[in-house]
Design a protein around this ligand. Structure first.
Ligand SMILES: [Zn+2]
Length: 176
């Protein structure tokens, strides 16, 4: 029993850091984004100012997203270290669109729409896909980029259709 209490006390110590968020300058980890044309298209003349102020926080879950509290970028450090560099690049473009939306006062996680129909998501994906095409990626590769483990085949098909990406990898389900 005493041991248990000791362990619980220990746990409390480990829980504390969750409330304390450490953030770092975005430009310490992501260099040169302020020179990317796709990024300048998002922020225009505010680009420099945005990157001067943007912070990044590292986490152990998910991929990356924008805090709906203060607009800083949250990145899974494992994804950053081990993920496909092209996927990461396109994700940053996608998240920067969300940052712009946040700066405009838009609600990022609005529950009224499903993920693949949410206007803020579609806008972010449009920028990422446009950049992917500029880089010369095939529809197959772009479709692979769009695929995530938490998106159903139907959702992926819907999203791909909205974005005019041919997703041949997604099999049509046999009629039941
Ligand atoms: Zn998004």
């Amino acid at each position: 029993m005493l041991r248990m209490l000791q362990i619980i006390k220990m746990l409390r110590i480990y829980r504390m850091p969750r409330f304390k968020v450490s953030t770092y300058p975005f430009t310490d980890y992501f260099k040169g984004f302020d020179k990317v044309e796709a990024v300048r298209r998002i922020f225009g003349e505010k680009t420099e100012e945005v990157f001067r102020n943007l912070k990044v926080e590292f986490t152990w879950i998910g991929y990356m997203w924008i805090s709906d509290i203060d607009g800083h970028l949250i990145v899974n450090s494992r994804y950053l270290n081990n993920g496909d560099i092209l996927d990461i690049y396109l994700d940053v473009i996608h998240e920067l669109v969300h940052l712009k939306q946040f700066m405009e006062g838009k609600e990022l996680f609005e529950g009224r729409f499903s993920y693949v129909e949410r206007p803020t998501e579609i806008e972010a994906y449009r920028h990422a896909v446009e950049e992917a095409r500029k880089l010369g990626l095939s529809d197959e590769r772009i479709c692979a980029y769009l695929m995530t483990e938490w998106m159903s085949d139907d959702d992926l098909k819907r999203l791909a259709k909205t974005l005019n990406v041919v997703c041949e990898q997604v099999k049509d389900k046999a009629p039941q």
